[in-house]
Design a protein around this ligand. Sequence first.
Ligand code: PLP
Length: 395
Amino acid sequence: MISNKMSEIMKSGSAIRAMFEEGKKLAKKYGKENVFDFSLGNPNVPAPKAVGEAIAQIAREIDPVALHGYMLNSGFESTRKAIADDLNERYQTSFGYSNIIMTVGAAGGLNVALKAVINEGDEVIVFAPYFGEYNNYVANAGGKVVVIPPVPPTFQPDLQALESALNEKTKAVIINSPNNPTGVIYGEEVLTKLGRILTDGSKKKGEAIYLISDEPYRELVYDCKSAPFVTKYYDNTIVGYSYSKSLSLPGERIGYLAIPNEAEDCDNLLAACSVATRILGFVNAPSLQQLVIERCVKQPVDASPYDRNRKLLLNALREYGFECVQPEGAFYLFVKCPIAEEEFVAKAKSHNILIVGGKSFACEGYVRIAYCVSYDTIERSLPHFKALAKETVAK
Ligand code: PLP
């Protein structure tokens, strides 16, 4: 018999995964080309050619014993140095290889960071809407999620509410910019204020409140926007990065944590993350992919296919009368439901459109449309969205 905890988790399930499964069923029934699956954030842009070339070159050239063997839990020093140097060049930071820990994607990195800092019962603050898996990650570490309600229509973090929520049990705050599911970016002003609040909160508490910055969409930005690098605004920041979205490698499970020297208890924190990587059972991030990243660290990220999709979908949905949050990054469109959320998601499904309800992101009354699909899929879906609008949007 499975554990009670797992039983609970399986009952609540993942609406995103459930919708993805539903899509496969509908595709069997109606044909793949007649189903418009916007449920999953699975990049449709292929990984850059350089990735495949690096894999072939590494397989040919690197001693297989070194390539496939056990290594330091934190990863290859050469890979970590390449990442540190690249970050320093791009963001004028001063990371060394020892500030970087290779992780099994963003999910692995967040679990490692939380495991390293959370005591049983500690609180972790998140801003709704947020990636629902944080609930599981925080629970894995024995923490308790505290949700700050969303602020429509900007969906910027409610910093006053954050100030009120801080207490002696607060151990960490998670932010995600560019954001899944809204696509908004937290700008300099917001991060400066956030940094100040957390500095004051840490002083009051007498120990660091860590800011965990989950950044798998860092380079997926539009309209010449950029996502500020968070360590500049708050010393006690743990940056979690992933190549799942930027290099389209979600199945390869590769990312890193970056922790600056200025973070409180930095050496211990880095050592704890390294141990957490081992005791969580990952042991180390995949060795081949680490070496791929080392060779592809300067690979430009091409957000233009997503930008094209974004413009097409956003303009069309607004024209049909839907209220959409302006996405500045990532590849999601967050749309206000013109009718009750569950009914709207069901009606969309009856038009063979698969989208995820805002409830999954602690923000009821909205839906998330993942536009990391082909341009053609979006074009063909538009008459279906128009029909959905006719049925649901009030005149
Ligand atoms: N964080 C956010 C905000 C995400 O959207 C995702 C994946 O969709 C993850 C973390 C997990 O990313 P990874 O596949 O790198 O574990």
